[in-house]
Each structure stands twice: as structure tokens, then as C-alpha cells.
Design a protein around this ligand. Structure first.
Ligand SMILES: Nc1nc2c(c(=O)[nH]1)N[C@H]1C(S)=C(S)[C@@H](COP(=O)(O)O)O[C@H]1N2
Ligand SMILES: [Mo]
Length: 186
């Protein structure tokens, strides 16, 4: 704990800044679908209710933005990424997953990062439904990576053998994005 809690070059903020490259997409609970595709035994096309039926867990996690702020102890509730992967029967040939989002954003973490116990598709933050500006109804949370891996407004997961660079990873941000190593830029 103490100073080891905050990665190098980061400052703790009490607020929760909002960052995205474009607008906030609208959520229509009737029309909305969550697709699980690619290297899986069974591709899934989930409704909102079906996603929630996978089961929610609670995690308290730190959030590190590459621009230099960190927010500690964010309380999330959501469906573990691992559960989604298991429900679809991801194949051994899958090494990466591209997360697709309602605003066209993508990110591309390797599966070894995504299958960790604290990686969630979060639907609640601080005991409330996740607000639209922070990625509601559902966002990925990858606490051990810079926050551009924490895709907001997630609507698809595509399991792939090869890496497909995501939106910021194509534009000069580090693909490994490890806050403890200060992997900010590629
Ligand atoms: N869909 C989507 N997800 C996104 C982004 C985005 O532009 N679109 N920006 C990323 C970046 S750069 C950051 S720092 C975090 C910010 O999350 P916050 O707005 O909840 O703080 O969202 C990440 N997820
Ligand atoms: Mo960011």
C-alpha cells in the first residue's frame, strides 16, 4: 500500500474525469445487443437481460488514465470477462479479443490480461447503474492497464488469433499499456 499503490507519474484525483474521442451513444434497452464472435464454439447475440443473467460480481479497483490521473477504490459491479468467454466457449486458437463499442471505438487486449479475476464488463459504479458518460450501460474495466483499455459502451467481443490494434493503439499509445512500467506511448 502507500506509495506503491499509485503507479509512477500518476496523481490521485478525487473526481472522475470523463474522456472519450467522440459522442456518447444512446442506449435503447429493447434494441441493444451484445455480440460475442470469432474464435468461439458458439457465437452469442445477447440481450441486455441475457448478459446480466451471466451473473454479476463486485470489485473495488483502481483506475489509471494515461494522461496522468488515477482514481483509487472505484466500486464496480459487472459480469466478469471470463464468464463471457466461458459461456461462448472460446477456442484455444484465440489469443486476443477486440472489444467493439457503440461509438466505433475498439481496443485489443491479449486474453491473458482479460481472463484475470478483476476484469469486468461493468454495469454499475459506486452502487448506481453506470452513467452514460462513463460508458453505461456497460463498459469493460481492465484495472491493471491504462484506461484506454477500459472500453466504454461495449457492444461486442471478437476473439482472434492475431492482434488487431485498437483505436488508440493505432494512434501511438502503447499496446501493452502497463501503468507500472509507464508504457504510455508506442
Ligand atoms: N468507447 C470508448 N471507450 C473509451 C474511450 C472512448 O473514446 N470510447 N476512451 C478511453 C479513454 S482514453 C479513457 S482515459 C477512458 C476514460 O473513461 P472515463 O470517461 O470513464 O473516465 O475511457 C476509455 N474508453
Ligand atoms: Mo485516456
Amino acid at each position: 500500500m502507500g506509495e506503491e499503490r499509485v503507479p509512477p507519474g500518476q496523481s490521485v484525483t478525487e473526481g472522475f474525469p470523463v474522456l472519450h474521442y467522440d459522442g456518447v451513444p444512446e442506449f435503447d434497452g429493447e434494441e441493444w445487443r451484445f455480440a460475442v464472435e470469432g474464435a468461439v464454439e458458439e457465437e452469442l447475440d445477447l440481450t441486455w437481460e441475457e448478459l446480466l443473467d451471466f451473473g454479476l460480481v463486485e470489485r473495488t479497483l483502481d483506475f489509471h488514465c494515461v494522461t496522468g490521473w488515477s482514481r483509487l477504490d472505484v466500486e464496480w459491479r459487472g459480469v466478469p470477462f471470463r464468464t463471457v468467454a466461458e459461456e461462448a466457449g472460446r477456442l484455444d486458437s484465440a489469443n486476443f479479443a477486440t472489444i467493439g463499442c457503440g461509438d466505433g471505438y475498439t481496443t485489443d487486449p491479449p486474453l491473458e490480461d482479460l481472463m484475470r479475476d478483476d476484469v469486468l464488463f461493468a454495469t454499475e459504479m459506486e452502487g448506481e447503474p453506470l452513467s452514460a458518460k462513463h460508458g453505461g450501460p456497460v463498459r469493460l474495466v481492465v484495472p491493471h492497464k491504462y484506461a484506454y483499455k477500459s472500453a466504454k459502451w461495449a457492444t461486442s467481443v471478437t476473439f482472434t488469433a492475431e492482434k488487431e490494434l485498437g483505436y488508440w493503439e493505432k494512434r501511438g499509445y502503447s499496446d501493452t499499456a502497463d501503468p507500472w512500467m509507464e508504457d504510455r506511448y508506442s
